[in-house]
Design a protein around this ligand. Structure first.
Ligand code: URA
Length: 210
């Protein structure tokens, strides 16, 4: 399958996202909501992870039981807003490794420029979940996944809180093999590249920097 978009329509996720969209939601509440939503997203994102059967001993007998196959999952956070997803996701996937991708937009060329990139070892044996709350123009997501693919991971998924048709198109034109998981596909982008209706600047709302 290619150009997959998974809409996470669970009532709890949708309810919490509505609260996050409200402009009067405080930094404290926004942060708590990101934490709660990201745990719920992690549950959906890992639904079809490959599994393997291993032999274990219960207090009563030896049996076969299933565990997630391969090396630990990697949560790859696109700085800085991606970090907002980490605590909630790590609550559900506590053994996950965490990678970071730092990109900024060159004001002259408008191209994404990498300033930081750190992933765990053995990426070819790992499944990666790329974290960025807003898939807006799609440019930084494309650049992040371009760079990530150089490490040759076993699989890549992309998760956000809100996206829009342009963001999905740009992303899937470059990376049709990477499924996008999102609770919401909004109307579009405004002239500043913000998603509308959206929720504003996710980084500022998580970190209280506005
Ligand atoms: N980044 C954000 O934080 N919000 C948007 O709406 C678009 C990009």
């Amino acid at each position: 399958m290619s150009r997959e978009v998974h809409i996470i329509d669970h009532p709890l996720v949708q309810h919490k996202l509505t609260l996050m969209r409200k402009k009067d939601t405080s930094t404290k509440s926004f942060r708590e909501l990101v934490h709660e939503v990201s745990a719920l997203l992690a549950y959906e994102l890992t639904r079809d992870m490959p599994m393997q059967e291993i032999e274990i001993e219960t207090p009563l007998e030896t049996t076969k039981s299933r565990v997630i196959d391969g090396k630990k999952i990697v949560l790859a956070s696109i700085l800085r807003a991606g970090n907002g997803f980490l605590d909630g996701m790590l609550q559900i996937i506590p053994g996950a490794r965490v990678g970071h991708i730092g990109l900024y937009r060159d004001p002259e060329t408008l191209q994404a420029v990498e300033y930081y990139f750190k992933m765990p070892q053995d990426m070819h044996e790992r499944d990666v979940i790329v974290l960025d709350p807003m898939l807006a123009t799609g440019n930084s997501a494309v650049a992040a996944v371009d760079r990530l693919k150089q490490t040759n991971p076993r699989s890549i998924r992309f998760v956000c809180l809100v996206t829009c048709p342009q963001g999905i198109k740009t992303f899937h034109d470059a990376h049709p093999d990477v499924p996008v998981y999102t609770p919401a596909v909004d109307r579009g982008l405004n002239e500043h590249g913000y998603i509308v209706p959206g929720l504003g600047d996710a980084g500022d709302r998580i970190f209280g920097t506005k």
